[in-house]
Write a protein of this length. Structure first.
Length: 224
């Protein structure tokens, strides 16, 4: 039996599926924008390049994100949201204070090492003196959440006599971030200057252990 053309279902076009899935379109745009902004900064990034790599039109990008600065801000929000959501999955409140803090430090170190684009975005935003970050209430609330979680871990440690009192959780977070951030931000210069393969897996494993030990010794009564 012959079928007419009206009876044959033509395959859906990729473009049509993308238009019917706005969350996927946004996610694809943000993923490509992350690489573009991380490599070229806000001023050097081009919407044309992002459109080519996502197979989305400039018009579609502007429909979702209005302009390049808004897209950049959303890229920052997505990057911070990713790390904060993964931190929440650590479930720090379910572990003894020392183990919880150890898990957080090692996670931060490994996350930064495995997500160099996040470090580059933070460096770029510092060039802009935090201007776009300050415009985002989402980033402010996300980062407040990690301080709250760290505060609970620290207070439990103090109450149990494991952590020494008088420390500021924000300063503790600064210490963890600084050690983990430098590992990525200065990897190329440090490796060249000292002829050392800093990012080799074995070296990274040892550095993660060193950083964790340093932080635990800083807060602990027993290890000081």
């Amino acid at each position: 039996m012959m079928t007419t053309s009206s009876q044959v279902k033509s395959p859906a076009r990729p473009g049509r599926r993308r238009k019917n899935d706005p969350e996927r379109v946004r996610a694809d745009i943000l993923a490509v924008a992350t690489r573009e902004f991380a490599e070229k900064g806000l001023s050097g990034a081009r919407i044309d390049t992002i459109a080519e790599q996502t197979r989305a039109s400039k018009r579609m990008i502007y429909y979702y994100f209005t302009d390049k600065e808004t897209l950049y801000r959303h890229t920052l929000e997505a990057a911070y949201q990713k790390v904060r959501l993964q931190e929440a999955e650590l479930e720090l409140d379910h572990f003894p204070p020392l183990e919880a803090l150890s898990r957080l430090v090692r996670f931060t170190f490994n996350h930064h090492a495995n997500n160099p684009d996040f470090i580059r975005l933070v460096m770029i935003e510092n060039i802009h003196q935090g201007r776009y970050l300050s415009q985002s209430s989402l980033i402010q609330s996300l980062n407040a959440g990690v301080i709250d979680a760290l505060t609970r871990v620290y207070q439990r440690g103090v109450e149990e006599g494991r952590f020494r009192p008088g420390l500021d959780p924000r300063e503790l977070h600064w210490l963890i971030s600084a050690l983990s951030f430098f590992n990525v931000s200065n990897q190329h210069t440090f490796s060249q200057i000292f002829d050392w393969q800093q990012m080799a897996p074995d070296n990274q494993s040892r550095l993660a252990t060193h950083v964790t030990d340093m932080v635990l010794r800083y807060v602990s009564k027993e290890l000081t």
